[in-house]
Design a protein. Structure first.
Length: 252
């Protein structure tokens, strides 16, 4: 019984990895060929959660979420700069000291979340996804030509909880992040980059968590092209192909 469940988990993880790898390349054609490639990027505060799953319940650690969200942006900033982008990190101190910036950020985030609630990867290239005028106002305020919205989640499962989850199902360890690039001039969604990482059961130190954050940052940037418009990337394979591959893995 346990062996069957373990095999199913491995298959699900493999299917997820296939999907994530393909979706990580999801961009508009214009972004891929350099036409709408930005020169400057504003990294907005990361919506991040650090969860420690127990046998009975799960603790969400707000302070750690803020700390490691900031670390994620630091890592991404360094990686983007190495690719030739000018990068602005919008941190909480800057937001709290500028009421207008705070207002623009709240409105832009609301527009972005509304857009992403309707998002289907297959339709990205048709350019029907737009974060609205608030995104353009925020980009203008920050003096950049693109905005990066990010989320990150790390769930840590203790050994006891991992055993219970293996037997009866439930929360398991894992880490994931995604980063979306919005065109600051038009408000259009240009690209979405996704990363996943396996997290082994057991307690984690601050150094362990920082390592997971570093891995997620690197993986979100793996398919990010350089700022030079002549730098090219391939547009991801169709979602139908991805789903067919994932289905084949699950049926093995």
């Amino acid at each position: 019984m346990i062996g069957a469940k373990a095999g199913l988990v491995v298959s699900c993880v493999a299917a997820l990895a296939i999907s994530a790898q393909a979706f990580a390349e999801k961009t508009t054609v214009e972004f891929a060929n350099g036409t709408t490639r930005p020169k400057s990027v504003a990294l907005l505060p990361v919506e991040s959660t650090i969860n420690r799953a127990k046998v009975v319940d799960t603790d969400s650690l707000v302070d750690q979420g803020l700390r490691y969200g900031s670390l994620f942006n630091e890592r991404v900033k360094a990686l983007l700069e190495s690719k030739g982008y000018a990068v602005e990190v919008v941190d909480t101190n800057r937001i709290n000291s500028d009421p207008q910036l705070q207002e623009y950020l709240v409105e832009a985030t609301r527009g972005f979340k509304d857009m992403m609630s309707k998002y289907k990867p297959k339709k990205l290239e048709s350019r029907i996804y737009n974060a609205g005028p608030s995104a353009k106002l925020l980009a203008q305020k920050l003096g950049v030509d693109s905005l990066a919205f990010s989320t990150m989640n790390i769930t840590i499962t203790g050994a006891g909880k991992a055993i219970v989850s293996g037997l009866f199902g439930g929360t398991t360890s894992g880490a994931n992040a995604n980063l979306e690039v919005v065109n600051g001039k038009t408000g259009d969604l240009e690209a979405t980059f996704i990363a996943i990482a396996l997290v082994t059961p057991g307690d984690k130190t601050d150094e362990d968590l920082a390592a997971y954050v570093d891995t997620l940052a690197k993986r979100t940037m793996n398919k990010m092209p350089g700022s030079d418009p002549n730098s090219r990337i391939d547009v991801a394979q169709s979602d139908d192909d991805v789903l067919n591959e994932a289905d084949a893995v699950l049926k093995r």
